[in-house]
Design a protein around this ligand. Structure first.
Ligand code: FCB
Length: 442
């Protein structure tokens, strides 16, 4: 099936995203210390297929091959993350230069192929030693994070084209500390709020640390999920507002200078004088990670939550069982513009993608027409938002490679490139060729 596509601005940033623990492997190489994800993955019963990221895609050793794949794709940017435990194996102290050497090589390889390095400083792999001291529940972790940001900027600040402080602090709080399905596996429900505040504080301190080294532009990558109400009562609408405040506003309101929304109702004693100013330090780009909207209705009497999450019917679904709703991305982008107005910086979609059970055929080819349809729909949604006046300046596909998908282990394939984990053989899927043709327009 062909997908007629609109034309994007000539300077639109086309990219793909990955993260360190999901692709690098080499878990003990060159002095890397353990992170909470090593600990979690090695705990029985945490990962559906019992796998770990010990080897993952072995990108640590195969990065040159992977950069060649990026170059073949024609993208102008590559979003990767830096593993904090490679830089500070115990989360404190001087930089482990051998760990930074890897990113130094990667950045030079990217630049040599005309690809802008976009570096995320924290994609969930907290050094285990910091977790042992309380992790993000401990305010001190915010200070540690800024020190780490400074060490990375000192080494790479002259070449990274966009810094992203945190990846999806909402998901790290909710799945990692609220529900216990991600590392570090805490089940605190609403008592996980300190993790929100301390991540945001760490973000703000890191923005200052980066700028003090002349390293910019700076962004954060938030996960967003627009609410789709599953009922029309006042109680449904109140439930929708409560979920929206938690998922979509808890991090973005304070980042853009509005302070915390009232709805989630967390302990204001956490917030010290001056914290909100630190958090609202100006950013240059807002990173938007979007996968799907969330269906919400009023909770049953006696529920511990002020909303109930319900499946969204009537949409195609990915192998993750996530509904495919491209319009949700357009709605979200318009909603951000309407909600934040002049306070909203330019947006880049820093993650968008889908998992399918992609299998090579007898000739070794991997056809993934569902992914092509998914990307076409979501790119059209971005274009509609641009046409409606929202400043969206880039789009990154999640992900370059099939990789280790957190608690789902190797069972979910998100790549434009298929990876045979037994041999580490990379095979571009049909979506790779399709995406290349969007990037390189005649
Ligand atoms: C996002 C994560 C990313 C990947 C995708 C599928 O929430 O940032 O690492 O797991 O989901």
């Amino acid at each position: 099936m062909t997908h007629p596509m609109p034309v994007f601005p000539a300077d639109f940033r086309w990219g793909v995203s990955t993260s360190a623990y999901q692709i690098e492997g080499a878990a003990a190489a060159d002095g890397r210390g353990p992170s909470i994800w090593d600990t979690f993955a090695h705990s029985p019963g945490r990962i559906v297929d019992g796998s770990t990221g010990d080897e993952a895609c072995d990108h640590y050793h195969r990065y040159a091959e992977d950069v060649a794949l990026l170059a073949g794709l024609g993208v102008s940017a590559y979003r990767f993350s830096i593993a904090w435990p490679r830089v500070q194996p115990t989360g404190a102290g001087p930089a482990n230069q051998a760990g930074l050497d890897f990113y130094d090589r990667l950045v030079d390889e990217l630049l040599g192929h005309g690809v802008d390095p976009v570096a995320t400083l924290f994609h969930w792999d907290l050094p285990q030693a910091l977790e042992d001291a309380g992790g993000w529940l401990n305010r001190d972790t915010a200070t540690r994070f800024a020190e780490y940001a400074d060490l990375v900027a000192a080494r790479l600040g002259d070449r990274v084209k966009l810094w992203i402080t945190l990846n999806e602090p909402f998901i790290h709080m909710s799945l990692g500390h609220g529900m216990g399905v991600h590392a570090p596996g805490r089940m605190l429900l609403f008592d996980a709020f300190p993790v929100a505040h301390h991540q945001l504080l760490g973000h703000g301190l890191a923005v200052s640390a980066l700028r003090a080294r002349g390293s910019s532009p700076v962004a954060i990558a938030n996960n967003y999920s627009p609410v789709r109400l599953a009922g029309g009562t006042d109680a449904d609408r109140a439930a929708g507002a409560a979920y929206d405040a938690l998922h979509n506003r808890l991090f973005t309101d304070p980042l853009l200078g509005l302070g915390y929304p009232e709805e989630p109702g967390f302990d204001p004693a956490l917030v010290r004088d001056g914290d909100l100013d630190v958090i609202a330090a100006p950013i240059d780009v807002l990173g938007v990670n979007y996968y799907n909207p969330t269906g919400i209705r009023a909770a049953e009497e006696g529920s511990p939550l002020p909303f109930e999450i319900v499946p969204l019917d009537g949409y195609p679904r990915t192998a993750f069982d996530w509904p495919v709703v491209p319009d949700g991305l357009r709605d979200l982008l318009l909603q951000l513009r309407d909600r934040y107005g002049a306070a909203l910086p330019p947006i880049q979609v820093t993650e968008s993608g889908c998992a399918y059970d992609d299998v090579p055929d007898a000739d070794g080819r991997v056809a993934d027409p569902e992914r092509i349809a998914y990307l076409a729909g979501h790119l059209r949604a971005v274009h509609e938002a641009i046409a409606a006046g929202v400043e969206v300046t880039g789009y990154f596909v999640w992900s370059l490679l099939d990789n280790w998908e957190w608690a789902e282990g190797f069972t979910k394939r998100f790549g434009l490139v298929h990876v045979d984990y037994a041999t580490q053989r990379r095979t571009p899927k049909s979506s790779y060729a399709w995406f290349r043709d969007q990037v390189i327009r005649p």
